[in-house]
Design a protein around this ligand. Structure first.
Ligand code: NOJ
Length: 549
């Protein structure tokens, strides 16, 4: 049954398919590879896996540029493999989440190929076309992905098409009813195959403001988010899709990627009586670290806490969060938030703070063993289109190569896309041949095989956390209350009826004196020896208490 409890119990494992496990030794991860690791995932304790797009794609943006929504990219396998993974996952009580990338298609999609050739094409209105204005772009919108205009000119029809991302990703025109029907058809096709849920890529951007007005350039820098995020029609479009889907597939979960939403908008998407989404992904806590194009700001714990707890407490805890620190678009959680001098401790502390928060949990592949940023030294080692765009744009603006490269090393999406580190054999046990992207040099020390047999490993610690989440009902239903213990400490409790679980973490490399004697019995922590008056560097302790009121 689909209800809020199902959502709060979700522990989703995100798989960047190309880099997870290569079963046929072509250097590219595939579906059969994932099937071979389902027991590993079951043992880890997750109950859903989200696969990044596996459809046919020219792969300009790692599959987020689909050229055929009904076929699987051959590199990943075939339809029988899809049937098999769904079957095998379901045997293990693991749900399968597919992506629907419907803000844009690939420019190689047959709809676009036809639309760009002729104004009378049946598919012309599936995309957004405009004539030039005074010989130039139709408006002044700048793509936050490329830093350039969102318009690309097409000679055949002497007109421009809109793309919020790269020119390889023309935006779809959701005002067109036939297009909306096509998207519904695609979703039903995969639901019929047995898929349980969808992650709807950048779904809050699908509708653009009527008339596509210019943005005040000096104010918004040309980024036109206010004209294409959360426009009123979006809610109707998704609500109608949901209504149609629920008629045949009442248990299907819709998880919307909705960057830039505030709590009111998230409420509207998920809790409004015209409910559209079951869950939303918001990025306020990760966006806070983004500096100007291609840079990363220093992490600020106080700000992070205020954002996390704002979302946890919104609408008296009714808003169901998705809780994550990593993804295929972000730097590695261990590198970004952790401390390399206290590596294992800091990663375990972060995992504890994350996994005991309220809401659907998302673990990004490899974070459960503490995989780190890529460690590449050459720009040619990187593959991601966004990374290369950032790099060459800044170089072309005469920025110092070394400085730009240092930023790339911190922020590149490839940091999280290196091959999964299964063991210490060549290519990290991901493949027997050279992978499509270079493996991280640290695979001999950071890998699954090594951690499975080490009781004290990050991996086994994750398993304990997940197990506690499954056995302690308060971690599902309890409200979250922040406890203010001061700078460099992060603390909260989860409370329901007569029980309370309290999490207290030290986010620093110093000893912190705190009275820990009043929170009950310790149930987990990342140090063997613990004190009741202090926390060691990056220590976390979790207590459980039965309250008699
Ligand atoms: C969000 C996805 O997470 C990202 O990887 C992709 O580049 C954009 N959407 C465009 O589809």
């Amino acid at each position: 049954m689909k209800n809020d409890k199902v959502l709060k119990k979700l522990i989703i494992y995100e798989i960047f398919v190309r880099s997870f496990c290569d079963s046929n030794n072509d250097g590219i991860g595939d579906i059969k590879g994932i099937i071979s690791k389902l027991d590993y995932l079951k043992d880890l304790g997750v109950n859903a896996i989200w696969l990044t797009p596996i459809y046919v794609s020219p792969n300009e943006d790692s599959g987020y540029d689909v050229s055929d929504y009904y076929q699987i990219n051959k590199e990943f396998g075939n339809m029988d493999d899809v049937k098999k993974i769904i079957e095998e996952a379901h045997i293990r009580n693991i749900k399968i989440i597919f992506e629907i990338v419907a803000n844009h298609t690939s420019s190689k999609h047959k709809w676009f190929e036809s639309a760009k050739k002729s104004k009378t094409s049946k598919y012309r209105e599936y995309y957004i076309w405009r004539d030039n204005v005074n010989g130039g772009f139709p408006n002044n919108w700048i793509s936050s992905r490329t830093g350039k205009s969102v318009w690309t000119y097409v000679k055949e029809t002497n007109s421009y098409y809109l793309h919020l991302y790269t020119p390889h990703q023309p935006d779809l025109n959701w005002r067109n009813e036939n297009l909306r029907k096509e998207i519904l058809k695609i979703m039903k096709f995969w639901l019929n195959f047995g898929v349980d849920a969808f992650r709807l890529d950048v779904i809050n951007k699908i509708s653009k403001k009527d008339g596509l007005p210019d943005v005040a350039k000096n104010v918004e820098n040309g980024y036109a988010e206010l004209y294409f995020e959360n426009q009123p029609e979006v809610h109707d479009y998704i609500h109608n899709i949901r209504k149609e889907i629920e008629k045949e597939y009442p248990n299907c979960l819709l998880i919307g990627q909705t960057s830039g939403v505030n709590t009111e908008q998230a409420y509207k998407y998920t809790l409004d009586e015209k409910r559209q989404l079951d869950l939303f992904l918001q990025f306020e806590h990760t966006d806070m670290d983004k500096g100007p194009l291609g840079t990363l700001k220093k992490f600020n714990l106080e700000k992070f806490k205020s954002i996390i707890f704002k979302w946890q407490k919104a609408y008296d805890g009714k808003l169901i969060n998705t809780v994550f620190l990593g993804s295929h678009d972000l730097p590695r959680m261990a590198s970004h938030y952790g401390n390399k001098d206290y590596f294992e401790k800091s990663v375990k502390m972060l995992a504890t703070v994350q996994l005991f928060l309220r809401g659907a949990q998302i673990i990004y592949m490899g974070d459960e063993i503490g995989m780190t940023n890529a460690n590449y030294n050459l720009i040619d080692d990187y593959s991601d289109i966004r990374t290369k765009d950032y790099y060459y744009k800044r170089i072309s603006e005469n920025e110092e190569k070394d400085e730009v490269f240092k930023d790339i090393q911190k922020i590149s999406r490839d940091n999280a896309r290196t091959p999964m580190q299964w063991n210490d054999s060549k290519y990290a046990g991901f493949s027997n041949i050279k992978p499509w992207i270079k493996e991280n040099v640290n695979y001999d020390s950071v890998n699954v095989k090594k951690q499975i047999s080490d009781d004290n490993s990050i991996l086994n610690y994750y398993k304990k956390l997940i197990n506690l989440r499954k056995t302690e009902e308060i971690l599902i239903e309890g409200k979250t209350n922040e406890i203010d213990l001061g700078n460099e400490l992060i603390a909260y409790n989860r409370r329901s009826n007569n029980k309370k679980i309290t999490v207290i973490g030290n986010y620093s490399n110093k000893i912190k004196y705190v009275d820990l004697s009043c929170y009950g019995k310790k149930i987990i922590g990342n140090y063997k020896k613990c004190y009741l008056d202090k926390l060691m560097p990056y220590e976390v302790q979790v207590f459980k208490e039965v309250i008699n009121e």
